[in-house]
Design a binder for this molecule. Structure first.
Ligand code: NOJ
Length: 587
């Protein structure tokens, strides 16, 4: 399976060699199946992405994170990897990948890939050898005899994150029932046994393979899943099917995982410039999350609190505070996320009544049928939410299409749904396809420039009304979501990217506000317009500001950036200064 290394001498990540770029970067997530289709098969690919890289550079992001592009049967959108050192033919070739990396570098964009170390596809040569009975290959996975008569029951009570038992029974080459193997996700994704040093060596070598090609870093899939508790004990029922990581469990967040990441960090640091590692770890608390970014471990970890937070000032503020405190303790930057390919899009989350408590993604999806969505309201709030995130200390990850204000496509016909969650939950949870619908680029009808003329149908259907939300249509409109994102990202560089830590300001009911230096960010999640103190010069707002007497007021569901004139300071003296640790300390 190993592909010989190509000469890599001279690979250098030219965009001004700032080794701390990841601390304050805006990273754009590309879901390659849905970004741009170059060859007309209805599925996005690397030539399509390559042609659109200038769009991302113009948008003003610093880096691109590309979801898995490796050969895969696509049982879970590419997270079922059959070969970690090549490109799926649907997406292109290794040469396409290298050309893409070179183009990105030329445009000043860094590139982060997705590594999937918790499991392999069951089509991976290792698992195939295991099924043929090779004892060495079997020791790379978790095979165990079943319980009960004839071993007919799974070895323990663990549940798959997609629903149903986390164990599947193998069929031996002679057709008889064999042992069970662990799959914390789909049955086509067999969990690797990280107690085996061969697995550890293999992944170090995979990292080297891509680092040697100039990749700037990795997002680590299921970073909290690799190590399982000794003996695989029962864990009791899980909180929810798609987010089972909200309380301690022997399958998740085991302490042994951190020594693995120390070896990864040592490897990343051995490169010039050093490569970076960001964890996807759904753990029960920020205290647990902090362990992933302790000195010598990973560079950063996604902060998912904002992504689960309702559009409520008190919850948003609490989430920001939590994230900033974690950063202050760990010296790793906060890594804010409002959306990704696993959760309903924020326009849709904000388009319904806002619950008092944060919701898990599957809980959010399950409430769709009971309440109509007001997408105009959702978009208005999404504009404001992005301005909030862009003003915070730390790094931010955007999910493709959020800059277009795309909503979750809830009405995908059932027979077209592809996410394994749909079938594994007995069609109770519609799954994650609704945020993965191909992007609309231009034109009046699907595929909206996603594919070239005469192409096959896009792999998921786009709504007709997306004609108003294409990149081309929005580029013409100065008030579009796309132009707001462009303005915000440009302003972020001068205003927020390297600004001072955050100080909360005293604010009227329904709002939150903070200052960083002389710049302030005001957010109104309330039902009424909020008066803003005088002595502020407006810089940008998510909707037009209104006047009130001598001053201005911020309408509901809006955010504004303002500059304080004459040093007037309304800092909330009860609130502490937060946001230290995002800057440039030695980590
Ligand atoms: C997290 C990924 O983001 C998700 O899309 C995937 O299904 C699981 N990990 C399993 O790899």
């Amino acid at each position: 399976m190993t592909v010989p290394l190509r000469p890599t001498a001279g690979v250098s990540n030219t965009p001004a060699e700032d080794h701390d770029w990841w601390r304050t970067a805006v990273v754009y997530q590309v879901y390659p199946r849905s970004f741009a289709d170059g060859d007309g098969d209805g599925v996005g690919d690397l030539p399509g992405l390559r042609r659109r890289l200038p769009y991302l550079a113009d948008l003003g992001v610093d880096a691109v994170w590309i979801n898995p592009w490796y050969p895969s049967p696509m049982a879970d959108g590419g997270y079922d990897v059959a070969d970690f050192r090549d490109i799926d033919p649907t997406f292109g070739t290794l040469d396409d990948a290298e050309a893409l990396l070179a183009d990105a570098r030329g445009l000043g964009l860094r590139v982060i890939l997705d590594i999937v170390p918790n499991h392999t596809s069951t089509r991976h040569p290792w698992f195939q050898a295991a099924l043929r009975g090779d004892p060495m290959a079997r020791s790379l996975y978790h095979f165990a005899p079943g319980k009960g008569p004839h071993g007919a029951q799974p070895p323990n009570d663990w549940q798959s994150a997609f629903g149903g038992p986390a164990w599947a029974r193998e069929t031996r080459p002679d057709g008889s029932d064999g042992d069970w193997y662990l799959h914390l996700y789909a049955p086509e994704q067999a969990d690797l046994n990280w107690a085996n040093p061969v697995v550890r060596e293999e992944f170090l070598d995979i990292l080297r393979f891509w680092f040697d090609r100039g990749v700037d870093g990795f997002r680590i899939d299921v970073a909290h899943g690799l190590v399982k508790a000794e003996g695989l004990p029962d864990g009791g029922p899980l909180a929810s099917a798609t987010s089972p990581h909200t309380r301690p469990h022997p399958a998740w967040d085991q302490p042994g995982v951190h020594e693995i990441y120390r070896t990864w960090r040592t490897l990343a640091d051995s490169y010039d410039p050093p490569r970076v590692l960001v964890a996807e770890a759904w753990v029960p608390s920020n205290e647990r999350l902090a362990r992933y970014v302790q000195p010598g471990c990973l560079h950063s970890a996604f902060q998912f609190d904002l992504l689960r937070s309702p559009w409520r000032h008190e919850t948003l503020r609490a989430s920001v505070n939590e994230g900033l405190h974690t950063a202050a303790v760990t010296r790793a930057p906060s890594t804010w996320v409002l959306a990704n390919h696993d959760v309903p899009r924020q326009v849709t989350r904000y388009a319904r009544s806002q619950p008092a408590e944060s919701l898990e993604p599957d809980e959010e999806r399950r409430r769709w049928p009971s309440e109509p969505a007001d997408l105009d309201l959702g978009r208005r709030r999404a504009r404001a939410a992005f301005m909030l995130v862009a003003a915070l200390p730390g790094a931010a990850y955007l999910f493709q299409g959020e800059e277009l204000g795309l909503e979750e496509v809830e009405a995908i016909p059932d027979h077209l749904r592809q996410d394994p969650t749909w079938l594994q939950t007995g069609q109770q949870d519609p799954g994650r396809d609704g945020c993965r619908v191909p992007l609309p680029w231009r034109g009046q009808a699907p595929p909206f420039g996603f594919s070239p003329e005469g192409a096959a149908d896009a792999w998921l259907p786009q709504p007709e009304h997306w004609r108003s939300w294409t990149v081309a249509a929005q580029s013409e409109d100065p008030n579009s979501m796309l132009n707001l994102y462009r303005q915000v990202l440009a302003l972020r560089r001068s205003l927020w990217q390297h600004a001072e830590p955050l100080r909360w300001l005293a604010t009227p009911e329904g709002t939150l506000a903070f200052a960083r230096g002389a710049a302030e960010c005001w957010v109104n999640t309330g039902k009424r317009a909020a008066d803003m103190p005088s002595g502020r010069q407006p810089l940008l707002s998510s909707v037009p500001m209104a006047s009130s007497g001598a001053g201005r007021c911020l309408p509901p569901d809006a955010t504004a950036y303002v500059l304080r004139e004459n040093g007037v300071d309304t800092s909330d003296s009860r609130a502490e200064r937060v946001g230290a640790g995002q800057g440039r300390p030695a980590q």
